[in-house]
Design a protein around this ligand. Structure first.
Ligand code: GDP
Length: 197
């Protein structure tokens, strides 16, 4: 799969606005500021693909990106946990995200992005449990791995794997750095397997 072929397709605030539910999609989720946009941009070699922002969680929409392999898409889910949004907005966000995750037939895998210095927040656990319950393959990217030395970064990956030892659909825990390009090839390989394997 040529990930550098990724192009913005459309945004959706609800499921009725999503592209036709066919082909194969991989969704990216994570807390705001975890480095999800940077990871998407790094994977696709497109610094402008997903909107990175200094104002965490500004993107409230589900963003779809098409790949040149027919029917294959990457999906950027809204970042979770932006402190400044109201409870109503959080509920609304949660409902649309649930609806997408529960009902999207073409979803092949979930990539959960966590800051390597703060892995497995309550939100991360909820998302990873959810993937497990639904048998959806899960890969965890431990982003900003450049913030730790190699030893502690590898240890954190092992700790996360151990914490999730009973997880039924965890595929990989990958230390990832958009800055140093750590883990990028491994991630692309994983995504390719989900999309066309
Ligand atoms: P998002 O809210 O999850 O999409 O996070 P962003 O991709 O916008 O990144 C949030 C902040 O973390 C920004 O200031 C980025 O520059 C920084 N960041 C993202 N990835 C990395 C990384 O691999 N290494 C370092 N050192 N900083 C990163």
């Amino acid at each position: 799969i040529a990930f550098n072929s990724a192009r913005f397709l459309t945004s959706a605030s609800r499921r009725s606005e999503c592209p036709e539910d066919s082909g194969a999609e991989i969704a990216f989720a994570g807390r705001s500021n975890a480095g999800k946009s940077s990871a998407l941009n790094t994977i696709t070699l497109n610094s402008k693909l997903a909107r990175t922002s200094k104002t965490p969680g500004r993107t409230r929409l589900i963003n779809f990106f098409s790949l040149s392999t027919p029917g294959c898409r990457l999906v950027d889910l809204p970042g979770y946990g932006y402190a400044k949004v109201s409870r109503d907005m959080k509920n609304d966000w949660q409902q649309h995200l649930d609806d997408y995750l529960v009902n999207r037939e073409c979803l092949r895998g979930l990539t959960l992005v966590m800051d390597i210095r703060h892995p497995l927040t309550p939100f991360d656990r909820m998302m990873s449990d959810w993937a497990g319950h639904n048998g959806l393959p899960l890969t965890i990217l431990l982003t900003k791995a450049d913030k730790l030395k190699n030893g502690p970064a590898r240890q954190t990956a092992l700790d996360v794997k151990k914490e999730l030892a009973n997880h039924p659909s965890l595929v990989a825990v990958i230390p990832f750095s958009s800055l140093k390009k750590t883990g990028v090839d491994q991630t692309r390989l994983q995504l390719s397997q989900w999309l066309v394997g």
